[in-house]
Design a protein around this ligand. Structure first.
Ligand code: IDP
Ligand code: MG
Length: 152
């Protein structure tokens, strides 16, 4: 079992897509083990996106991600980091696979609906930015796992 950090970005919140996006993750079988709605300040946004500091799109990215509320989530599942990334689709929605969240709801890189950690290390780093460990409920089970998946 692995956990990853997902954020529903301000564009999706503005467009009323919170429920639809959360439902997709739920239906895929992920467990939501942490959840909050939050508006980022600049400092937190810079920390979250620190790997992109200095890139040409960085200022626009920070302005956008701080522009309104986001929904921050920790999802738990088998191989969650990789599966969530595939499920979201490519960074540029124009190249995202059919049926992915970004392909279905976006067409530009600057407004691509959703964030998901790109590695186990970044998932842990990002979770720590947004959540105290005591705010998380790890390890609860969903019926589909208990019945159909052999857990080690
Ligand atoms: P990711 O969100 O798929 O992990 P990253 O490369 O980590 O993609 O970039 C973070 C976010 O910054 C992207 O989701 C996208 O919104 C934005 N971004 C990345 N590259 C560009 C670019 O070349 N132009 C404009 N925005 C970009
Ligand atoms: Mg990234």
């Amino acid at each position: 079992m692995q956990r990853t950090f997902v954020a529903i970005k301000p564009d999706a919140v503005q467009r009323g897509l919170i429920g639809e996006i959360m439902q997709r993750f739920e239906k895929k079988g992920f467990k939501i083990i942490g959840l909050k709605i939050i508006q980022l300040d600049r400092k937190t946004a810079e920390k979250h996106y620190e790997e992109h500091i200095g890139k040409p799109f960085f200022e626009g990215l920070v302005k956008f991600i701080t522009s309104g509320p986001i929904v921050a989530m920790v999802l738990e599942g088998i191989n969650a980091v990789e599966v969530v990334r595939k499920f979201m689709g490519a960074t540029n929605p124009a190249n995202a696979d059919h049926g992915t969240i970004r392909a279905d709801f976006a067409h530009t890189m600057e407004r691509n609906i959703v964030h998901g950690s790109d590695s186990y290390e970044n998932a842990e780093r990002e979770i720590a930015i947004f959540f105290d460990e005591k705010e998380l409920i790890p390890g609860w089970t969903r019926d589909l796992e208990g019945r159909f998946i052999q857990l080690n």
